[in-house]
Design a protein around this ligand. Structure first.
Ligand SMILES: [Zn+2]
Length: 415
């Protein structure tokens, strides 16, 4: 199976939305745009929910069979490293190798020297067809990449070798740097790709860290035009580096924490179209939030459950937020008291929770808290999952609509 030019990461915390998520990509396929679905789940999520990588594989296979999906699909071992990769080997065919923690620790001096020597002929200004401004990838950028990233890329090479040895079949390899402390410039990305080629990783996707804030469940925070320039330069550099260093055909960018970036999708769509580039967009958590929004609108029992999830999340805010510190920014002062929310009519909670482009009444702080509050639903166990199952069609319609209308359409199809 080959990852398509366009692909979307669609996590499913509780494994109940597979066929509805597929409904969204089927709708796109019906309109002539193929988007490969990729179910991604990290060890962190598995641990919180109490699932295993085999559960994700089973759900994906069953959903594909039940929905009659005939396109490619994948199961992504999300943000794995040397310590977590083993348990994903038999069930995943997409591996997001996260080496952010190895950034900024130096590689052995001999390796650094060899890397700089090998890359020096490529140093200078990169002029890429279709890009207005040249990309700076001079000797200074090269030295910085050697010092900051070479060690991380070498670690990715070791993890990749472990996956290849442990798996008989082909898989997609992604290297993710999105959880690093600082963004990578397009010039840095060029030499990072040179280092990845040097490690002989047949890279499928690369996830850099972009400027601005990519927070869970809310729109992009930052200068959208600056992002658009950076994104386009990155797209062009990925293709240029692919040709220069002999990386695999189809290599593309991956955007993490990619849901809800409504102000960026039209700009990204413009660049993808202009350069004919592909993209992978991870939107994992958005499906879980749709489950809560849908329950809040589904009658008294659902509304009570949504209230309970909020109240318990409010009480345990620090604990729930701690694994996600880099990707959420909650203003506690803007969180309503659970006792007040309990008195709200359903429409008000739905409006506060739902992220609808251009709509009023949303509370992005409350939404972010719910985003990380899935641990509470996991603790509720069958009380939560049976509610979702009893409202399957109402919940699933929202899940499909959210993915298709708010994400796939503006990003991959253009509206
Ligand atoms: Zn990520």
């Amino acid at each position: 199976m080959k990852l398509g030019k366009y692909s979307i990461g669609i996590g499913d915390r509780f494994g109940l939305q597979g066929i509805y998520q597929l409904r969204a990509v089927q709708q796109a396929a019906g309109g002539g745009v193929e988007v490969s679905p990729v179910w991604n789940k990290s060890q962190r999520e598995h641990a919180i929910i109490g699932t295993t990588p085999e559960d994700t594989r089973r759900e994906a296979d069953e959903a594909v069979r039940d929905a009659g999906w005939r396109g490619a699909y994948f199961v992504d071992a999300d943000h794995i490293g040397a310590g977590t990769v083993e348990r994903f080997l038999s069930s995943s065919d997409f591996f997001t190798i996260d080496v952010a923690e190895f950034i900024d620790s130096p590689a052995p001096p001999a390796a650094m020297d060899a890397f700089v020597r090998a890359m020096t002929p490529y140093a200078g200004e990169i002029r890429v067809p279709g890009l207005d401004a040249p990309v700076s990838a001079d000797a200074g950028v090269l030295r910085r990449v050697a010092a900051r990233y070479l060690n991380a890329v070498q670690e990715a090479g070791r993890v990749y070798a472990r996956i290849r040895a442990g798996r008989g079949r082909e898989f997609v390899a992604e290297v993710s740097l999105d959880e690093s402390a600082t963004p990578q410039s397009a010039g840095e990305l060029f030499f990072i790709l040179g280092a990845i080629a040097g490690e002989r990783i047949p890279l499928g996707t690369i996830a850099p860290k972009f400027t601005g804030a990519f927070l869970k469940g809310v729109d992009y925070v930052g200068d959208t035009e600056a992002f658009a320039r950076e994104f386009e330069a990155d797209l062009a550099v990925v293709e240029f580096a692919r040709g220069t260093f002999g990386l695999p055909a189809g290599l593309k960018l991956s955007v993490h924490t990619g849901s809800d970036k409504f102000s960026l999708y039209p700009l990204m769509h413009r660049s993808l179209t202009r350069l004919g580039a592909g993209l992978h967009l991870k939107t994992a958590g958005t499906t879980w939030v749709e489950e809560v929004v849908s329950l809040a609108a589904a009658g008294e029992e659902g509304l009570r459950a949504a209230n309970e999830i909020y109240a318990r999340s409010f009480d345990r805010l620090d604990e729930l937020c701690s694994p996600y510190r880099q990707v959420i920014a909650i203003d506690r002062g803007n969180l309503p008291l659970p006792a007040d929310v309990a008195g709200w009519p359903a429409e008000r909670l739905v409006r506060a929770l739902r992220h609808e482009p251009g709509a009023n009444g949303a509370n992005t702080d409350l939404r972010q808290l719910i985003h990380v509050g899935y641990r509470i639903a996991a603790e509720m166990g069958p009380r939560f999952t049976s509610l979702v199952q009893r409202n399957a069609e109402a919940v699933g319609s929202n899940v499909a609509d959210n993915l298709y209308r708010k994400h796939i359409m503006p990003l991959f199809i253009g509206s």
